[in-house]
Design a binder for this molecule. Structure first.
Ligand code: F6P
Length: 415
């Protein structure tokens, strides 16, 4: 075991604009700490089970490649949404994974992901403990949804929040310019499943020269269609241009997602998550037909998690930091943990990376506290805005080639 100095790293779940900055942090720190090989799983644990992996030294040759990787959206190694079975349900899956880890002389397994991915870290580290196996398992937080427990926030959230707030400002400008003597309603749909952190971030569009969205609906508060109609009608008494932000995951009182009212898709992924899409379109169509006015739906969709051209510097730096912290932790003997971000001070904003027991994190959804939503349930509070603001600060200029951002792309023929 003493000479097993190899690490394997994987990326899992929905990507973010900065997930590759964490990968860069893992790679650079592993090299600095004297790990021999750093393998990357292709498409996470699902690809690993098919023995799909790459020696990352064939992909990252220089500090310039590290810098490019930090600015590259999507999962460089490929991602997956794969649910590990319970150990008693299918021990063969575990035996297969550990036999591959043995074959590659893996000392530590690092997984960059969200809630579902932390479930993988929990199960694999539990298995290793029960069987007395030497490999260590560490989670690196990642998700635009910002719904992981114990960490102040998750890498990926700040950049998505920045993109959403900036785009909301731009949409409001466009809509205002087009609302002379006519009503103009725009409904924005934002990701986050059952957590409204990103939808709330549209409130950051409220600045000196921009009034921000008029209404914000988070999944943490039951959505009432009648109240919604009444609110919009009341607003139309005083203004022509209305911008409304809704989470893809808002639900009505009987528990159905609003997007299910239009019932356009029954697809569920391996974790049983429904594909949430069409909330804004449903509401825009409803308002347009009931009020006889123009109403447009804007679905940010995957743009919000891939807009690395306007990622937040704070976010890119923290993503890199947590990747490095995971390597340090396994090197010092930790396993069954996830790196968390601790907010040390607000002004100046300072954060550190710590580690926390995965059993207190996996499968727990950290949603927006009700006290950070106003009484009517249609806007976020100043405390919410103060919490998000430091996370969208700074930028990381993309490397522009022929007018477009350049990315680092996996090339399995590269040596
Ligand atoms: O995992 C984060 C997330 O971006 C959620 O906010 C969203 O509901 C989901 O991914 C969408 O995933 P997919 O691209 O697999 O449909």
């Amino acid at each position: 075991m003493a000479n097993k100095r190899n690490i394997i790293v994987g990326q899992s779940g929905g990507p973010t604009a900065v997930i590759n900055s964490s990968l860069a942090g893992v790679y650079k720190t592993a090299k600095e700490r004297g790990f021999h090989k750093v393998y990357g799983m292709l498409h996470g644990v699902q690809g690993l089970l098919d023995e799909q992996y790459v020696d990352l030294s064939t992909q990252i040759h220089s500090d310039m490649d590290i810098e490019l990787l930090k600015r590259t959206p999507s999962a460089f190694l490929g991602s997956c949404r794969y649910k590990l079975p319970e150990i008693h349900e299918n021990p063969e899956v575990y035996e297969k994974i550990f036999s591959i880890l043995d074959k590659l002389d893996i000392e530590a397994f690092i997984y960059i992901g969200g809630n579902d991915s932390m479930d993988t870290i929990k199960k694999l580290s539990d298995y290793a403990v029960v069987k007395g196996l030497p490999q260590k398992f560490l989670g690196v937080p990642k998700t635009i949804d910002n719904d992981l427990a114990m960490t102040d926030h998750t890498p990926g959230f700040g950049s998505a929040a920045k993109y959403i707030a900036a785009s909301t400002k731009e949409i409001i400008r466009d809509a205002l310019g087009m609302s002379y003597k006519k009503v103009n309603i725009t409904v924005l749909e934002i990701m986050g499943r059952n957590a409204g952190w990103l939808t709330g971030a549209t409130a950051l569009a409220k600045t000196e020269e921009c009034e921000g969205p008029d209404l914000i609906y988070l999944p943490e508060v039951t959505f009432d269609l009648d109240q919604f109609r009444a609110k919009v009608k009341a607003l139309l008494e005083v203004k022509q241009n209305i911008v409304i932000a809704v989470s893809e995951g808002i639900k009505v009182a009987d528990g159905r997602y609003v997007c299910e009212l239009a019932s356009n898709s029954d697809y569920v992924d391996a974790f049983g998550h429904k594909q949430l899409q069409g909330t804004a379109l449903y509401l825009a169509n409803l308002l347009s037909s009931e009020l006889g006015c123009k109403a447009r739906a804007v679905e940010f969709s995957i743009l919000q998690r891939s807009a690395s051209h306007m990622a937040s510097r704070t976010d890119i730096d923290e993503a890199f930091m947590v990747g490095g912290a995971a390597v340090k932790a396994v090197d010092e003997g930790d396993t069954g943990k996830m790196v968390i971000i601790t907010r040390k001070s607000e002004d100046p904003y300072v954060s550190t990376a710590d580690i926390y027991d995965i059993h207190r994190i996996a499968n727990i959804e950290h949603t927006v506290p009700r006290i950070w939503v106003n009484q009517e349930g249609d806007y976020v509070t100043e405390e919410f805005i103060d919490y998000v603001r430091p996370l969208i600060q700074g930028d990381y200029a993309p490397f522009i080639v022929n007018g477009l951002p350049q990315h680092l792309v996996l090339d399995l023929n590269r040596k």
